[in-house]
Design a protein around this ligand. Structure first.
Ligand code: T4K
Length: 371
């Protein structure tokens, strides 16, 4: 029987660069006495991300949620937006803050991303956009979604909060659709403490996003639109710059962790491992999701509690479905969300972070098997 871990094993743990490296950057910030409002570190970070994403159309924000809110506002989306119920609440909250109506439709069983057929079936004359999520870093069916968007004259927006470092056919997926939002929150595999980025197709939007995140200021005396304050500060930018250097190593390390989990969990009846993405996708191994099937001796929630007795803290990302939260429950929803409901009831995401030792992964799997 496995023994409980001495210290809690949480679902994630942020990567931190060496303190000395960060202190060297702090020295520059101190010398500049420039802490926020488009400072030199932020500008350097923006250039780095432009080359990382392969586009000059990059705008940085103090978090992913505000980035998405501003993205939707800048694109002037109105009416109904077709989206997924299987995501973090921020996805649909960003619609709410823009007075848009989310229309929730079902997801696919293997990638947990929007089902294109369900999207097309939900289009009405009020539909103006599709907001899809690359959940767990699994890329959406972009070819199908963009064909639907083109056929019906809809905007295609990606919540790519989980997709930093994912490439398809060797390219980052930041160029997909009209706009993508990447979250750089501390719990993500890549982070800037808190932070977010928009990448977008129309270079004319850059100016709009710059206004929207900085009160609408054109200069000291002119305000051109009623913007908000969503600026990334220098300390965040410094962290983002430093962590970027480590991104390939972080992804490689997670690949090993996922491989160990999959090797050990494959032998346990009642645990479903979602298929790995196809070979043209370089996945970022952002999360370690599994489904707990009826054949497993414990239901999902009982396993979640059982693991706590070993000091292992898994998470039910993403349960409940957004449609079950009081703020969205009363919205009309024609789609029965059959797949999404099943997945939300079965999903469990296991701890994954760069410092998690492979022996500890094996030990977590022993705890899962011991019930
Ligand atoms: N769209 C999607 C699809 C998203 O997943 C998210 C965010 C967004 C949009 C919005 O992006 P942001 O505005 O956040 O940039 C966490 C994160 O706060 C959230 O960023 C993330 N998604 C979501 C999936 O997870 P919680 O409520 O689970 O966080 P919390 O505080 O419970 O932390 C999770 C674990 O991480 C805990 O076990 C503790 C550990 N942790 C956390 C922090 C902050 C640490 O060890 N160190 C830390 O500094 O939401």
């Amino acid at each position: 029987m496995p023994t409980p871990f001495d210290k809690p094993i949480l679902v994630t743990r942020p990567f931190l660069p060496s303190l000395e490296e960060y202190q060297r950057g702090l020295r520059e910030i101190w010398d500049n006495a420039w802490l926020t409002n488009n400072g030199p570190v932020l500008q350097r970070y923006t250039r780095r991300l432009e080359s990382f994403f392969g586009t000059p159309n990059v705008c940085l924000f103090n978090n992913g949620t505000l980035a998405l809110q501003i993205g939707l506002q800048g694109l002037k989306i109105e009416g109904e937006v077709i989206t997924t119920p299987f995501t973090f609440v921020a996805t649909s909250h960003a619609l709410f803050w823009n007075r848009l109506t989310p229309v929730f439709v079902d997801i696919e069983p293997d990638t947990y991303t929007l089902d294109p057929a369900a999207v097309e079936a939900a289009i009405t004359p009020r539909t103006t956009a599709i907001l899809a999520v690359h959940v767990f870093g699994f890329p959406c069916r972009h070819a199908e979604l963009s064909a639907i968007a083109a056929r019906h004259g809809l905007k295609l927006i990606y919540d790519a909060a989980h997709a930093m470092g994912v490439t398809v056919d060797g390219r980052p997926i930041s160029h997909w659709g009209d706009l993508s939002m990447f979250s750089f929150h501390a719990t993500k595999l890549y982070h800037s403490i808190e932070g977010g980025a928009l990448t977008f197709a129309d270079s004319g939007l850059k100016k709009t996003f710059d206004y929207l995140k900085n009160f609408g200021f054109e200069n000291e005396t002119e305000v051109v639109i009623p913007g908000t304050n969503a600026k990334m500060n220098e300390f965040q930018a410094l962290m983002g710059l430093l962590v970027l250097d480590h991104l390939p190593a972080l992804i490689a390390r997670r690949r090993e962790i996922v491989a160990r989990y999959r090797e050990r969990l494959a032998a346990i009846p009642g645990i479903r491992l979602p298929p790995l993405p196809p070979s043209n996708v370089a996945w970022n191994h952002a999360y370690m999701p599994v489904e707990i099937l009826p054949e497993f001796p414990l239901c999902r929630d009982a396993l979640y509690e059982h693991l706590k007795t070993y000091n292992v803290f898994s998470r039910r990302y993403f349960y409940p479905l957004l449609t079950d939260f009081p703020c969205y429950r009363d919205l009309p929803c024609r789609d029965p969300l059959t797949v999404a409901r099943g997945v939300a009831d079965r999903i469990l995401t296991f701890p994954i972070y760069h410092e998690l030792a492979l022996d500890d992964v094996s030990r977590i799997c022993d705890c899962i098997a011991d019930r």
